[in-house]
Design a protein around this ligand. Sequence first.
Ligand code: 13P
Ligand code: SF4
Length: 371
Amino acid sequence: MNDISTASPVLEFKHFAALSDEQAEAHIIEARARLAQRAVLLCHHYQRESIYRHADLTGDSLKLARLAAQTDAEFIVFCGVRFMAEVADILSRPQQIVILPDLAAGCSMADMADLEKVEQCWIELTDMLGTPDARITPVTYINSAADLKAFCGEHGGVVCTSTNAPAIIDWALKQREKVLFFPDQHLGRWTGYKKGIPLDQMAVWDPDLENGGLTKKEIEHARILLWKGYCSVHQMFQVEHIRNWRTQHPDGFVISHPECNLDVCLESNYVGSTEFIINTVTAAPPGTRWLVGTELNLVSRLAEQLKAQNKIIKFMAPTVCMCSTMQRIDPQHLAWALENLANGNAVNPIRVPTHDAELARAALTRMLETS
Ligand code: 13P
Ligand code: SF4
């Protein structure tokens, strides 16, 4: 397993950077043939087409987490962003190696909460409420660093994804009277709203202000404290885009990701994860028309795939909004990572420190058992 005794010298990325996409693709195909079953390529739906076509398995965050936990492959090559690769490392076996082809593939929303700020928030809540461990369940969206998942594991909390957030919020509110939800305020608000929690009982916690910018009374009144984070891609979608489109296409359907703001979600016919969006539009009757509020690579691919069924699928925003960090995984980085792997060198391995991994696994396991 993972024998590197016969490894050749590590190939530097600079030799791959100048390759055209076609040349890089030839390297990808050749390296994959050499690796055969030793490597599995997991791919998120936001990946560009020149990567997606090489995937062994695709999915949303929840499905990819489950797939990573199930695979027997020695190497999990993750075409997605860092938090997803970290989850794969935490849920896979210790001897398996997870590779992220470009370490710069992060998530700007995940970066909006860090351990220092969340611990400061917990201290301030302790001052305001007494023992937060007795009164608040911390819930982190899977789009977060491993040490925040570990924080949740340590404090009786849990992880959620865009698919299972309603079930997780139910679970969390059964454990304790309140939830601290980070980092995406929009997913938290939409989920709370769907659960029937009044908007005035969902207060926004601003980590850059003392006590989150809230009074003790506001905190006592809140059932869900929403961290002031958001996705820069999904914040581009606005309710006016939907209303303008509906005036021209009153029979059309609107489908959005729950990282969109509440008004967009309320105005949509369907709201759900990337996998849900793909499945719903794919299963719809031929000839239907759709406005889709999620990342452009996914929407363009879906439009192309379903053209043959006469489905007309349009991207919600008038401006281009791709996820720039998902875009970091390009054929050149994938070729570099795979060729090194085939030569016996695991470049860009993702290794979550053991202590964090154990605590984060507890929070992820609670999620997988609850959803
Ligand atoms: P999904 O889990 O729905 O794929 O969402 C991940 C994500 O980052 C959406 O922006
Ligand atoms: Fe993060 Fe938004 Fe990109 Fe999803 S689309 S990975 S939430 S920045």
